[in-house]
Design a binder for this molecule. Sequence first.
Ligand code: AMP
Length: 392
Amino acid sequence: MKILVANLGSTSFKFRLFEMEEGGECLLAEGGYERVTDYGEVIRDALEGLEREGVAAQEDIAAVGFKTVLGRNLSGCVEAGDEVLAALEGFSDVAPAHNPAYAAGIRQFRKILPGARRVALFETAFYQWVPEAGTRYAVPRAWHEAGIRRYGFHGASHKYIAERSAELLAREDVATEVRGLYQNGPGRVERPLRVISCHLGGSSSVTGIRNGVAVGTSMGFSPQSGLPQNNRVGDLDSGAIPHAARTLGLSMTEAERQLTAESGLLGVSGVGNDMRDVRAAALEGNEDAQLAVDVFVHEIRRWASSFLFDLGGLEGLVFTAGIGENNPWLREEVCAGLEEFGIILDPVRNEGVRGEEGEISGVGAKVKIYVVPANEELVLAREVYRKVSSLN
Ligand code: AMP
C-alpha cells in the first residue's frame, strides 16, 4: 500500500512516499518545496513528478497522512474529514504556523487525490492516557471548558522512542503494546518499563513513558510551553505577560509575537536560534550564549527529574532530534552527577555517537542510555497504514 506523508508548514510542503506492507516498509521517494504560496500548485507538481519518474501513479496512492498539531476537542489517529478541519480551525490561534497550513493541505488533497484516504495523526495523540491530574491546569472551570489544559506535542516522535526503546531494552511485550496503542488502547503490560524520552531539536520536549504509554510531557497547552525552544519562550509564569505588557507598553499581539519569535535560545543568547551557533559563541566566551545553554540544560533536567518521580524509577533514558542526536557535550551535561540514580554515561561511547543510533551508558549504569534518531514520518506512515487497514 502506497502512503504519502505530507508535512505542511506555513510556507513549506515536504513529503515522503512509503510502500507499506504487513511487517515492513520502504521509503520510495521524498521531496519538498520552500516559500510556498499555493499548496495546490506544489502538491500537483509533486504528484506529477512521482508519476513522471515512474515511482507511483496518482491512483496508486492509497492514503495521505498528515502530522496535524492540535485540534479543538479532537485527538488521536482519525480520518481527515470535516471534523478534523473544524478542529484545526478551532485552534488556529494556538498553532498559527501549522493548523491553517494543514487545513489548507487537507482540502487540496481532497480535491487533487479524491480516491486516496486522508488520515490525520495529531501530535497530541500520544498523551490521550495521561492521568487528568497531569493535564488539568488550575484555571477557573470556564477556562478549562474553553479547552485550556495540557495537551502535549511531539507525539509521533515520542511514540517512536517508546517503541524503539522497548525493542532496544528487549521488551517485545511493550513494543507490541506501543504498535497497537491507537487501535487497542493501553493496559496489557505487567512488568514495568520506564523510559524518559528527550526530544531536543529546534523545538524540544521531554516525555515520561510507562509501559509504552505517556504519563506526562513538558509541553502543555501550546507548543510555546515546556523547554525553551529555538525562538519560543517555553514555560513562563502567567503573571509575566500582563506585567510586561503594562510596563513595556506592548499590545497583546506584540507580546505574543516577541514570545514566539524573539525568545528561547535566541532571546537569551542574542546570538541565534541554532544550538550550533549558540554553543560556538559560548565557547568563545560569550556569557549570554553560555547562559542560554545553561538554561536549556537546566530545564531538560528539571523536566526529566519530574518524570523520574512520576515513574518511580527508570530503565531507559533516550536522546533524540537534532540537538539530542548530535551533541555529546549536552548529553554529558544533562546526565552529570546522577550516578546515585544509576544514570552513568560512558564518555567514549557518548563521544562516538552522533546522528546515529547507539547505546551510550557506561559501566555500572542501572539505566540504559541511548541515542535514537527521530523518525516521525515513519510513525505517521505506520499509523496511517494501520488506520486504513482497519477501515478497508
Ligand atoms: P531538529 O529540529 O530536530 O531538526 O533540530 C535542529 C537543531 O539540531 C538545531 O538547533 C541544531 O543546533 C541541531 N543540530 C542539527 N544538526 C547538528 C549537528 N550536526 N551538530 C550539532 N547540532 C546539530
